[in-house]
Design a protein around this ligand. Structure first.
Ligand code: SF4
Ligand code: SF4
Length: 438
């Protein structure tokens, strides 16, 4: 049977049609309130954005969702996990992540609920999940704060992703619910065939210490596996644990990706998502996706390019595979945005795979937008068969006004005590020639 995916577009002409209102409306339409019982601890799984990324979801959506969950009797907390390493990664420890989250606008005071880094100080506070149904992963490590919660609402940002081609609900929980240990696992750190230590080495591409950035190449590896001599690179691959820190640092291509790694890891993302869902009782995980600010790369990078397609809207479902399928297919049918990477890669026309060309351009990068989806079907995470239910505007709730009482009577009382208009009136020129400023 096809899974239902509830949808509203991003157009708005008044407060009832704001994206915040639409997000809560599709939440209700999809029946996601049933995931929460009074007293439940409810994880709001959210990517809070890397340092200087600007396309991540704005805190207002999260605040509104947290308030909604509280209204249902749940105890919400916003949660994400520490990342893999990078030379200047800003979320690889819990302390760094909390500082970045606060800079990006996510704090207890802005969200009205705690912000938790779910896998602990450096990322090894987790729960092991057996995964015999996995396509490539046979076990996974899920952050304790997520695995121990009673319910989860995955609030996801749909956009491109350099490994998975796109990032949506599957990626939000597949990568985002995994502890750092789990991220090493799903990125196939020391997999016997696709592991990082198996990457091809091209020492002839290295200029040695004549290269202006040779010191960066040496210090990027926490295992001390990379040495730059006067003339070339020495890489002790036996020390490589696949921490990711050298990715992008060796800009000459002295160590390259194994091309199959992209698809294999993308399938691993879906397996990891299956593991995250398995830590909950049936019916306790719901998905809400905002397909806005659809940039080529994900919220994990330190910049945000111009979006490649226009905003699509907001989706809600119990099935992350169905929801991601709906998002991917809608994106394929969209026109590209002028001057964006879609024009650069000649995929402006409806019916073209935007992400496979604009997001996955690294050497060997994936060229199918279906790998996460197919792996998610394989491991039982969900179905690619979906029914898109467009939620009508008549379903929009009317309680999105800021205050329960109109402002004006209250303001009138204030003005009686402390008038705003000067008693003598404002000084103005009585008549002006507006053609002088037009
Ligand atoms: S960037 Fe490349 S050329 Fe420069 S030191 Fe590193 S490996 Fe060598
Ligand atoms: S060589 Fe391996 S351990 Fe060292 S930085 Fe690169 S991925 Fe990490």
């Amino acid at each position: 049977m096809a899974s239902k995916v509830y949808f509203m577009d991003d157009r708005a002409s008044g407060v009832k049609e704001s994206l915040v209102a639409k997000m809560l409306t599709v939440f209700d339409a999809a029946g996601l309130a049933d995931t929460i019982k009074p007293g439940d601890s409810v994880a709001i799984k959210l990517h809070m954005g890397e340092y200087n990324n600007t396309a991540y979801l704005r805190p207002v959506y999260v605040r509104a969702l947290a308030d909604k969950i509280k209204g249902l009797g749940g105890e919400p907390f916003v949660v994400d996990t520490t990342t893999l390493l990078g030379l200047y990664a800003s979320r690889a420890t819990a302390v760094d992540y909390l500082k970045t989250a606060a800079r990006n606008g996510f704090t207890m005071s802005t969200l009205g609920c705690p912000v938790v880094i779910g896998d602990g100080f450096i990322g090894n506070d987790d729960v092991r999940v057996d995964l015999p149904e996995g396509f490539i992963l046979q076990e996974q490590y899920v952050a304790s704060a997520i695995a121990l919660a009673d319910a989860m609402i995955a609030l996801s940002h749909f956009k491109g992703h350099p490994v998975g081609t796109y990032g949506g609900a599957i990626k939000n929980i597949g990568v985002g619910c995994a502890s750092k240990r789990g991220k090493y696992n799903l990125h196939l750190s020391r997999h016997p065939k696709y592991g990082f230590h198996m990457r091809p080495l091209y020492p002839e591409r290295c200029k040695g210490r004549n290269c202006a950035t040779w010191q960066t190449c040496e210090i990027c590896c926490p295992e001390g596996a990379i040495q730059i001599t006067d003339t070339t690179i020495n890489w002790d691959r036996s020390k490589c644990h696949g921490c990711f820190a050298c990715v992008g640092v060796l800009h000459c291509g002295a160590i390259e990706f194994i091309p199959e790694w992209f698809d294999a890891t993308t399938a691993g993302i879906a397996d990891s998502a299956r593991a995250a869902v398995k830590t909950f009782a049936p019916g306790k995980v719901g998905f809400v996706t905002l397909a806005i600010d659809i940039v080529p790369w994900c919220d994990c990078v330190t910049f945000s390019d111009r979006p490649i397609i226009p905003n699509m809207g907001v989706f809600a479902s119990y099935d992350p595979v169905a929801m991601d399928t709906a998002c991917v297919q809608m994106a394929q049918q969209s026109e590209g945005i002028l001057g964006s990477a879609a024009e650069e890669h000649d995929v402006m026309a409806p019916g073209t795979m935007k992400f496979a060309h604009c997001s996955s351009w690294m050497p060997g990068g994936a060229k199918s937008e279906d790998v996460q989806l197919n792996a998610g079907v394989y491991n039982g995470l969900g179905s690619k068969e979906y029914e898109l239910v467009e939620v009508g505007k008549t379903k929009l709730a009317s309680n999105f006004l800021y205050a329960t009482e109109p402002l004006t009577p209250r303001f009138g009382r204030h003005m009686k005590v402390h008038p705003v208009f000067p008693a003598q009136g404002f000084k103005w020129v009585e008549d002006v020639d507006l053609t002088k400023v037009r």
